[in-house]
Each structure stands twice: as C-alpha cells, then as structure tokens.
Design a protein around this ligand. Structure first.
Ligand code: PRT
Ligand code: MG
Length: 214
C-alpha cells in the first residue's frame, strides 16, 4: 500500500492533475465526503487528508509514504529526515512583509526601531530580519495575520501573498518580498528504500507532468 498525504483545498486540487499523469484518480471528493482516507482507482494507492502543516510530520514518521506540501510549511517544519525530490511548481505564492498603509516601514528600518512582527512563519521571519540586522519582537499566530497590524498587535506581518487581494481588502501594503513559494513532493526515506518501484513510478510521472507544464 502507498499512502499519499495531502491537505484539503489548493494543494489537493492542484495535485489532482499530477496524480492523473500517474494514472491515479481519487474516488471521493474531500469537499463532499467526511472521510479522511480516500481510495483511488488503484487498490494499492490511497490518499490521507491532513492539515497542511501536518503533511511533513506524517511523511517524516511514516504515517504517509509521500506527501505534497508548501515550501513555507517545509521550512517551518525543518525538513529533517524527509526526502524532497521534486519542486511541483503548484500552489505558488510568495512570503512577504506587509504593514498598514500609514506605517512608514522604510523609516522604522532605517532608524533601527524594534519591529513587532506577527506571523505563523517565525523561522522564515526570524532569519529574514536577522540577515537585515533588524531587531524584532515576534508574535506567533496561527491564522488571520492580516488582523494584527489593524488591531495594534503588531507593526508588520509576514504572510503568504498570492494575488494581493487579501492585503488590499485589509488596507495593508506589501513592503518586502522574502521568498517565492511553491509546493514540493516529500517522501519518507525508509519508504523510498522499501517501496522503491511504486514510489519511483509516481515520482517519475509527477516529474514528467511538471516538465510538460513548463
Ligand atoms: O487554511 P488552513 O489553516 O487549513 O491551512 P493552511 O493555510 O496551511 O492551508 P492552505 O490550503 O490554505 O495552504 C496550503 C499551502 O498553499 C500553503 O502552505 C502555501 O504553500 C500554498 N499557498 C499558495 C497559499 C496561498 N497560495 C495563499 N494565497 N496558502 C495560503 N494563501 C493565503 C494567504 O495566507 C492569505 O491569507 O491566501 C491569502 C492571500 O491570498 P491573496 O490571493 O489574497 O494574496
Ligand atoms: Mg489557509
């Protein structure tokens, strides 16, 4: 049995075409079913639905043989003990710094002010501001980062941006782009040895589909 960990939403949706390229069809719609284990047209392949941030953990400890996860999530997890063979180029976005439109970020940085930063991405944010020599007080959040500068919880947020519509709707402006993000295929290292043939077949099909999509 091959177990693939996916999260509901964009990761699931954007992985479907790659699965199709490997001849795999998921037989149930996660938006309609309450099941967490979804069968596929291949009796020896199943999909497990986990929280996006839990995908690396499932793959690391062998709860799943492989998974699809954003580079953001992978960096925050640490990526230890996980094989990362392929950039799938799906679920693309960027990690950026955003502030209220009336906050002078450039001046705060220039003056060496301590910056209060709210984010779910504390590892990425810490590294970024350390490299800039900016002192930060980090506030860890698990969602709705956009609210933090509007309520005085923070001066700035570090969050994912795709179209920029969410920032705009909350009167925030993107002031720095930290890194580009896309989803990666992650594979359990022991599984790669024990189930080499079926995993290679899926990895190769994904790789061809990614190259064809270029
Ligand atoms: O939502 P939930 O709390 O269950 O978990 P999650 O947010 O970790 O999962 P999900 O499915 O939202 O995101 C999974 C992965 O998709 C992320 O780890 C990213 O690698 C990738 N991805 C790509 C995105 C986006 N684009 C994205 N736009 N993840 C989140 N967003 C959010 C962003 O946080 C912000 O709130 O969308 C909003 C911004 O979008 P725009 O288009 O308005 O700029
Ligand atoms: Mg989300």
């Amino acid at each position: 049995m091959i177990t693939l960990a996916l999260s509901k939403g964009r990761i699931f949706e954007e992985t479907l075409p790659l699965l199709a390229a490997a001849g795999i069809t998921v037989l149930e719609d996660p938006e309609k079913s309450r099941k967490l284990i979804l069968p596929t047209n291949q009796p020896d392949v199943r999909v497990v639905l986990v929280r996006a941030t839990d995908v690396p953990t499932y793959v690391e400890y062998g709860g799943a043989d492989l998974g699809v996860t954003g580079k953001d999530t992978l960096i925050e997890h640490g990526g230890t003990g996980i094989y990362q063979p392929l950039d799938l180029r799906i679920a693309r976005c960027r990690v950026s710094v955003a502030v209220r439109a009336d906050f002078d970020y450039a001046q705060a940085v220039r003056q060496g002010a301590r910056l209060k930063v709210a984010t779910k991405y504390t590892t990425i944010a810490r590294e970024f501001f350390a490299a800039k020599g900016v002192h930060v007080d980090m506030v860890k959040l698990y969602g709705s980062m956009e609210l933090a500068p509007l309520t005085g919880l923070a001066d700035a947020i570090v969050d994912l941006v795709s179209t920029g519509n969410t920032l705009k709707a909350n009167q925030l402006v993107e002031v720095e782009r930290i890194m580009d993000i896309s989803a990666r295929l992650v594979v359990n290292q022991a599984a790669l040895k024990l189930k080499q043939a079926p995993l290679r077949r899926i990895m190769d099909a994904f790789a061809s589909a990614v190259n064809a999509a270029e």
